[in-house]
Design a protein around this ligand. Structure first.
Ligand code: NDP
Length: 446
């Protein structure tokens, strides 16, 4: 690692020793920026990296709400407004009991580079709460979302900060959040994306992250190996928004998806997953994935989500959560002949696992590039809303496809330029960073 990058990382480690996910993301990014820093010694004089790794603003707040039994519950809310150099802050909200400042900072840091890679004018942010939506009634979800927005609304706005969904925050939650925001500010402003199409949302946003992931991997396969999804066996972890639409697009392109999971376990269906059944269980009934066996008794269910990486496949798409593939999972996938790994979730592979894929010649699509389709389509939603016009599903999907193809080629080009051909981790970090660094340098020290 370059000396300047390494000294910035050491300071971070001393300052935030407990923030392990944030330090993991910072280590990966700073390591691959070494090559750019060697070329730009002026960055050190301007303290560019020190500013880049420190959020512009961190907001934490109390979220007090009342459950169905009349008991008052208290959660912690976060919004990390990390970097607004190239546009208003933009990034999702995560509701999950594991949420803490380290996780929100890691996601926010990644988001800066991801948003830059889309080529659209959006800065990086992330937020959420340690609230656990599992087992909550619809009215509890509504009360929590309203209480969360009661504390967040003053910090966001269509030209300031535009949150969206993430784990535990889908269309239903965005509806509750946006409705409350709208009544507080007394205006119909596009301050959240992922909205329903009847109140300012874009067609294609629901599908965008999963479809975009598959478009990116298809382009990578085609460019590097003249290959495609057709007739490939695919394993996808998770069964939420990203996993469902990655499954749909992979199936449309002729692949056989044989496994999906949730945090309790995974299903294996050698005949190919019946996606309609999954959508019924997950999107309509909001139940556990093992229910799949009630519809398809020939499939298998295994407790524990980790075992999914034992299944032999050509393409693996981790779409659940961070650090779900470690070194030993990566070794199993490689031994079973995986040819490509595309990260739908944010940082699903540990640094060691990602390095193993790259050094073993597995085509590796890093999250910040491969899952950028969701935020890119959110930016398209912002563009449509501000013009008061709406595009058809086909128009949005076409734009998404071309954005993902461009992101792939920008990563490929940066990797080649810096002498690391085929290393899309380095390519994505450099391609995303250069634009943000240029803008930060232009502003002087801020
Ligand atoms: P959802 O809440 O819709 O689904 C998450 C899925 O992952 C569920 O199947 C969930 O299972 C599983 N999961 C969550 N936490 C864990 C865990 N600790 N261990 C195992 N499985 C887990 O979220 P999304 O599909 O929206 O997000 C998935 C990933 O994609 C996240 O990393 C997110 O940051 C990333 N992402 C999402 C985007 C979007 O547009 N939605 C955009 C870019 C990235 P269970 O139901 O049991 O909790």
């Amino acid at each position: 690692m370059n000396r300047y990058a390494s000294s910035v990382l050491n300071t971070l480690k001393k300052k935030y020793p407990e923030q392990k996910e944030f330090l993991q993301a910072a280590t990966e990014i700073l390591d691959s920026l070494s090559l750019v820093l060697d070329k730009h010694p002026e960055y050190e004089n301007k303290g560019l990296l020190e500013r880049f790794v420190e959020p512009e603003r961190i907001i934490t707040f109390r979220v007090a709400w009342t459950d169905d039994a009349g008991k008052v519950q208290v959660n912690t809310g976060y919004r990390v407004q990390f970097n607004s150099a190239i546009g208003p802050y933009k990034g999702g909200l995560r509701f999950h009991p594991s949420v803490n400042l380290s996780i929100i900072k890691f996601l926010g840091l990644e988001q800066i580079l991801k948003n830059s890679l889309t080529g659209l004018p959006i800065g990086g942010a992330k937020g959420g709460s340690d609230f656990d939506p599992k087992g909550k009634s619809d009215t509890e979800i509504m009360r929590f979302c309203h209480a969360f927005m009661r504390m967040l609304w003053r910090h966001i706005g269509p030209d300031t900060d535009v949150p969206a969904g993430d784990i535990g925050v889908g269309g239903r939650e965005i509806g509750y959040l946006f409705g409350y925001y709208k009544s507080l500010v007394n205006a119909h402003l596009g301050a959240l994306t992922g909205r329903g199409t009847s109140y300012g949302g874009s067609l294609g946003r629901t599908e965008a992250t999963g479809y975009g992931l598959v478009y990116f991997v298809e382009e990578m396969l085609n460019t590097a190996k003249k290959d495609s999804f057709k007739d490939k066996t695919v394993v996808i972890s998770g069964s939420g928004n990203v996993a469902i639409y990655a499954t749909q697009k992979a199936q449309q392109l002729g692949a056989k998806v044989v496994a999906l999971s949730d945090s309790n376990g995974y299903i294996y269906d050698p005949n190919g997953i019946n996606l309609k059944v999954i959508q019924q269980i997950k999107e309509v009934e909001r139940k556990r994935i093992k229910e799949y066996l009630n519809y398809v008794p020939t499939a298998e269910y295994h407790e524990g989500c980790r075992g999914i990486w034992n299944i032999k496949c050509d393409i693996a798409l981790p779409c659940a959560t961070q650090n779900e593939i470690d070194e030993s999972d990566a070794r199993k996938l490689i031994a079973n002949g995986v040819i490509a790994v595309g990260e739908g979730a944010n940082m699903p592979s540990t640094i060691e696992a990602a390095n193993l894929f790259v050094s073993n010649g597995v085509l590796f699509a890093p999250a910040k590039a491969a899952n950028a389709g969701g935020v890119a389509t959110s930016a398209l939603e912002m563009a449509q809303a501000s013009q008061r016009i709406f595009w058809t599903f086909e128009e949005v999907d076409k734009k998404l496809h071309s954005i993902m193809v461009d992101i792939f080629h920008n990563c490929e080009k940066a990797a080649n330029e810096y002498g690391m051909p085929g290393n899309y981790i380095v390519g994505a970090n450099i391609a995303g960073f250069e634009k943000v660094a240029n803008a930060m340098m232009a502003y002087g020290v801020l």
